[in-house]
Design a protein around this ligand. Structure first.
Ligand SMILES: CC(C)(COP(=O)(O)OP(=O)(O)OC[C@H]1O[C@@H](n2cnc3c(N)ncnc32)[C@H](O)[C@@H]1OP(=O)(O)O)[C@@H](O)C(=O)NCCC(=O)NCCS
Length: 168
């Protein structure tokens, strides 16, 4: 398996992967909306035998504190096609995605996701407690520091890009 950044030629396959994995088009439409709006910072696909079998997307968001605006990323959505799930592909995607985000200089990632899946990559619900969002308040709302201490003292309101409005 190889993991690489998306290209324009992948857009239709990425739509289909998200539609298949989630069983509806909302997340696939979110990907298109984030791309069209210029919010995407990293979008990667795993390839098995020249076929794309998954997708992970990171888009920009802002955390508004009392005194400043802190830039961060949202991990959403991510998907592996049903026929290839539970083989470790999703794990590799998150690991490689976070590595690439860190390498690009990003410092914070937030996610609304399965509490059994994301903590293994360093995501923590307690780190996200000071971050208010339409999705906060439960164990599925998590954050990870790509740079140690990046969230120290950060208390504020997360502003998601417009296309997430369909989910709040
Ligand atoms: C979540 C998803 C991307 C994981 O991809 P994957 O390639 O199957 O993941 P891996 O094989 O690397 O890891 C499987 C792990 O994911 C966890 N997992 C997968 N789906 C899960 C679910 N619906 N709820 C809780 N945990 C889940 C399992 O606990 C498993 O952990 P284990 O290794 O302890 O058994 C994939 O199942 C998927 O596309 N699901 C549908 C779309 C979705 O829910 N996306 C995530 C939104 S946050």
């Amino acid at each position: 398996m190889t993991i690489r950044p998306e290209t324009t030629a992948d857009h239709a396959a990425i739509f289909e992967i998200n539609r298949l994995a989630f069983g509806h088009e909302a997340e696939a439409n979110l990907v298109d909306g984030l791309r069209d709006g210029g919010f995407v910072r990293l979008s990667m696909v795993p390839e098995v035998e020249s076929k794309i079998v998954g997708h992970i997307l990171f888009s920009r968001l802002s955390i508004h504190t009392e005194t400043s605006v802190v830039e961060a990323l949202a991990l959403a959505p991510m998907a592996v096609i049903p026929s290839h799930q539970r083989r470790g592909i999703g794990t590799k995607l998150v690991e490689e995605g976070l590595r690439a985000c860190r390498e690009a200089g990003h410092r914070i990632v937030v996610v609304l996701g399965h509490p059994a899946f994301y903590p293994r990559f360093g995501f923590s619900a307690s780190l996200a407690v000071p971050l208010a969002s339409p999705f906060s308040g439960g164990e599925s709302w998590m954050a990870v520091e790509l740079v140690p201490g990046a969230l120290a003292g950060v208390v504020g309101r997360v502003e998601y890009p417009g296309p997430f409005g369909a989910f709040s």
